[in-house]
Structure formats: C-alpha cells, structure tokens
Design a protein around this ligand. Structure first.
Ligand code: MN
Ligand code: MN
Length: 475
C-alpha cells in the first residue's frame, strides 16, 4: 500500500464530511420526499395565521383519534399508555400528547415549534380616506424588513367578534376570484430622497398602509365617500362595522399559495415557513407515534416572534398546567413534586428555523459552522448574540444523545449556528423550557430569506426533519 492511499484512508476516518441529503436517498425515498412536501404546501396554504394553523392541527389530530383535554377532565378519564390528547390554548396554540408506557414523572419527549410568523397587523381603527383613496393602517408584527412588504399582493386574514359576541372568520385575497391588497411604493423617477435613506428608513412603519378601495359612495351630501363605500361592502359581505375592528384581529399576509421552487422542484417557496416548517414536521412525526416509552409531546406555541410573551406564548403557564392536569388524572393523589419531576426529567428539541448559507450573502456566515439547505436537520448548540448573550447553551451530554439517535436512524443532520460572531443573532423558545430543568437543544430546518414574505425551504430537509423528530419520539 502506498503512502498516498494511507493518507486518504486516514483522512476518511478522521475528517467530518457534510452530506448532501439528496445524495443519500434511493428512488423510493425520493418519491416520499416529494409526496410529503405536497402535504407540506397544503399545510402552509391552510394555515397562514396562528389561528388557522391551530385549527388545522386540531382538525388533523381529531381525525387521528386525539381527544380534548377538557373532555378527559370532564369525564374523569384516566390517561393510559397510547392515549392521544390535545389541548387548545385560545385557538392560537396547541399541545398534542401521546401518553407513554413510562410514568409521567420520568419525563416527556417534547418538540416545540411556533405558529406565529412576521406579518402586518391592522390597527384597531385602521380604515381612513385620503384624497379619495381608502387605506388601512397597520402595525407590523415581529422582525420584518419593511421594504419587502410593498408592491406585492396581500391578503387579509382575521377574526372579528361583533357586538353580539359572534365570531366571524374573514379571509380575503386567497381565492383566485378574490381581490387582493397592496402597499404602494414610490416611482423611481421621484425617489431621489427615498433612495438616499437607509433600507430600514426608506419605508417607515407608519407608511405601511394597505390600499383597500377607491370608489366613492354615491351621495353628494357626505364626506369620506370612499371610506363609507368600503364600510358598506364590509357590512354587506361580512357584517362588520367600523367599531367591530376594535374587537378584531386582522393579519395582512402575502396572498397566494406555496409553490415549488427550482427547475428540479427541490425547494418550497411560501409564506410563514418560520416556523410552520417545524410545526408541520413535528406534527407529522407525532401523528406516527402510537405507543412511545416516554410520553410524546408536540408544542405549537404563539408569540415567539415578539419574544414569547403573553398567554398563548411559551412563557405562559399553559403547558405546565396541562401537565398538572395529566398528573392529577393519572396519580392517586396530586402532587406538585410529580409535576416538577415530569418537567425536569423531560428532553426537548426546540424546533425552529435559522438562516441557511446564501451564496448572495456569504459574508454574514462562517462557512465552517453555517447550516446549508439540503444538508438535513440542523442542531444548534447555542443561539443568542454578542458573546452568546441570551442563549440556551445545550450540554454536550444531551447533544451526544440526540446525535446517536439521529445516526442510528439514518437521519441526515448538520450542526449550525445563527451567523458570524458579532453579526447579530436571535433566540427561540429553548431557554424557557430549559428553565424547568429540561434538557433542550435547538433543532430545526434552515431556510433562505428567513422572515421575508416568501421563504425557501429544501424539500429534503422537510423530510429529514420528520424522520429525525420521529426517531426522537420513539427513542
Ligand atoms: Mn422561528
Ligand atoms: Mn422568526
């Protein structure tokens, strides 16, 4: 054997090699990748808001035999291994549970994702008229680059509670025959001053006003005729008055369906994939779980994009209370200590997205530690920014455990970080669950154009996420 070959063998055995997940698939698996992504696109189309996504998750779960927590409390049903339960938090967040063989106090296998996505929320008095144009005022939600939201077709999704307390669901702009809405931008010919501004100032928050109408109501006696005409249409079609906006939650989102991206159809382009890609993949995974050793939990929370605050967020006690109810139904006598043990013995994958390496912007990522689309599920040891500030730094012991689960189950995975040191950063719900004493590591799918109106995911990563999450639940 010559010296060169020895060197190659040594290199093969010692050096880490990234795998392109596509290259690991046989034809049969490739077929499954494309099939499951058809379902994924449908999931994205059906849930463009946290409310719609929650509704869809509960609908699918019920079909698979999940019963509501209220029902098992009311009927005093004792949870037994294999039982499937869902808990609905104000129609905006959901918990799915499959009771395991082991006692709850031994801990749960939890995957947590979020259902909210950056968007423009309507203000409580949004409608106004200026020079015979009717517009809607908005307040953006989450981390948006404001300039991305002008001159693209927008849809209005929301819920109105009218004065009688009736709940009215409204979706305008998704059906092919629906009208859509737009936020205008300045013509380049007159944009000298605008173009000299920074990208964060060129389009302002108060400038994100949505064009909604331009036909005046036919009556010379009144002012604001266009606004009145819009109100009349809203009343006729949806039964809404101007005051009803004060008790409404309207979200302005990009109109249209998720699409295949690339001539090889290898990617999915669509709105709200942060973090519905992890919501979908963890949902698919838990739906396949029948009789796990440890109780399997899928958390789908709201308000992650604004810091996980509020009663539908991860910071609310909702999930802890659900566990308390389960302990109460399962044990002879209720004990707070059992709840604490159930929480602290749990292990968690905080399933969220991060930015994959983008050849258009190579400078913000360290190529050796960046995640890449198409190279599988991404584990992230720590998030945070500027010296790991605010991060959940997962233990090596725990990461090793997950590494083994993924390797044993042929899951293509990669290690990633949020970006170059001191370039910025972010966080997920990981630290909140870690506060209970749980083992938590960030583990999700990387995207291109994160937080843009249309984000891009690799279909093979969607598939690997489902495979990895399922292996985690079954371990
Ligand atoms: Mn996210
Ligand atoms: Mn986000």
């Amino acid at each position: 054997m010559n010296k060169e070959l020895k060197g190659k063998e040594l290199q093969d055995s010692l050096t880490y090699k990234w795998r392109n997940a596509w290259e690991t698939l046989n034809d049969e698996e490739k077929e499954i990748v494309f099939q499951v992504n058809e379902e994924y696109k449908e999931f994205l189309d059906k849930g463009k808001t946290e409310r719609e996504s929650s509704r869809e998750i509960i609908r699918i779960a019920k079909e698979k035999g999940y019963i509501s927590l209220e029902e098992i409390i009311e009927k005093k049903i004792k949870p037994v291994p294999g039982m499937k339960i869902y808990a609905n938090n104000r129609d905006k967040a959901v918990v799915l549970i499959v009771i395991g063989r082991e006692k709850l106090e031994k801990g749960m296998n939890i995957i947590g994702s979020h259902l909210d996505a950056p968007r423009l929320d309507l203000k409580q008095f949004p409608l106004y008229e200026e020079e015979s144009l009717a517009l809607l005022k908005t307040h953006y939600y989450g981390g948006v680059k404001k300039y991305q939201w002008v001159t693209l077709p927008l849809a209005l999704h929301g819920v109105v509670i009218n004065k009688n307390g009736d709940k009215i669901d409204v979706v305008i702009g998704e059906d092919e025959n629906d009208p859509v809405f737009f936020i205008t931008d300045l013509l380049p010919h007159l944009a000298k001053d605008q173009m000299a501004k920074t990208m964060s100032e060129g389009i302002t928050g108060e400038g994100l006003n949505v064009l909604i109408g331009s036909i005046p109501f036919n009556d010379d006696e009144i002012k604001e005729k266009v606004k009145l005409n819009v109100l009349k249409i809203l009343k006729d079609k949806y039964g809404i008055t101007e005051e009803d906006f004060t008790t409404a939650e309207f979200e302005v989102v990009p109109a249209g369906k998720a699409r295949d991206v690339g001539i090889d159809r290898s990617m999915v382009g669509g709105y709200g994939q942060d973090d519905r890609v992890c919501a979908f993949t963890s949902l698919k995974a838990i739906l396949d779980v029948e009789m796990p050793n440890k109780t399997a939990v899928a958390l789908f929370v709201d308000k992650e994009e604004i810091g996980s605050v509020g009663n539908t967020s991860m910071e609310s006690r909702f999930f802890e209370n659900v566990v308390s109810e389960l302990v109460n139904l399962t044990e002879e006598s209720y004990s707070e200590l059992t709840v604490k043990r159930a929480m602290s013995n749990s292990q968690v994958l905080s399933a969220d997205t991060l930015g994959g390496f983008d050849p258009n912007y190579p400078d913000v990522l360290d190529k050796k530690n960046a995640p890449y689309i198409g190279k599988g599920l991404v584990m992230v040891k720590y998030t945070g920014s500027r010296g790991k500030g605010g991060c959940n730094d997962a233990n090596s012991e725990y990461i090793a455990k997950i590494r083994k689960i993924f390797n044993d189950n042929n899951v293509v995975w990669q290690m990633g970080e949020l970006g170059k040191v001191d370039q910025g950063g972010g966080g997920t719900i990981a630290y909140i669950l870690a506060n209970y004493g749980m083992d938590v590591v960030d583990c999700g799918v990387c995207l291109l154009s994160v937080h843009a109106p249309y984000e891009i995911a690799s279909k093979v990563d969607v598939y690997m996420a489902i495979k990895g999450y399922k292996a985690f639940y079954m371990a």
